[in-house]
Design a protein around this ligand. Structure first.
Ligand SMILES: [Zn+2]
Length: 105
């Protein structure tokens, strides 16, 4: 079966449905889900939060705030964003790939 790089950019209906189902599960169930990616707290020390740091990342379905397109923010991309790019923990994916690039009108 031919498959493009799995960026979550153009999820099909089945992928979206599954991501939404997983996103709605209890955290303890998500944590052990095969799609969950473990967080490394040592790499999250740039984060000052009164809340707790995440123990894991899970695929996060979202609708673009600009065009409404539904995409999936992959767990491994969140890990990169928070731990390598040192993104703020309150930053969430809100715009799709195209809108973030400023290409979509
Ligand atoms: Zn968009």
């Amino acid at each position: 079966m031919k498959r493009k790089a799995d960026t979550g950019r153009d999820p099909d209906a089945k992928e979206l449905k599954e991501a939404k189902r997983i996103a709605a599960l209890h955290p303890l169930v998500q944590k052990d889900h095969p799609t969950a990616v473990k967080a490394d707290h040592d790499k999250l020390d740039h984060i000052n939060t009164y809340g707790s740091l995440p123990d894991y990342y899970i695929d996060r379905p979202f609708a673009c705030r600009k065009c409404g397109k539904e995409e999936i923010w992959r767990a491994r991309d969140q890990k990169w964003y928070y731990e390598e790019a040192k993104g703020h923990i309150d930053a969430k994916a809100v715009a799709c790939h195209d809108c973030r690039k400023g290409g979509a009108k």
